[in-house]
Design a protein. Structure first.
Length: 78
């Protein structure tokens, strides 16, 4: 069984996880605590970005991330 996830979906997941983990890192930093789980989540998001960058034949461009959000929204609404 070969299950492939679309690069657009992975980009959206990585973007959302990265934004939430960065905000959690900043919040923990202001309270002078170590944000271990947020740092692990951010590392997972960066790993997803690297994986998608290596899997896409042309690589990633800055406009690919907003286009991925539009593509995923269109899939959900269709």
């Amino acid at each position: 069984m070969d299950f492939q996830v679309s690069a657009d979906i992975l980009l959206v997941i990585a973007s959302i996880v990265a934004v939430f983990s960065l905000s959690s890192i900043v919040a923990a930093w202001t309270m002078k605590r170590w944000p271990w789980i947020a740092m692990i989540s951010f590392a997972i998001a960066v790993g997803l970005f690297v994986y998608v960058h290596l899997e896409v034949t042309d690589g990633l461009e800055p406009l690919d991330i907003p286009n991925a959000f539009i593509s995923v929204a269109a899939r959900l609404l269709n």
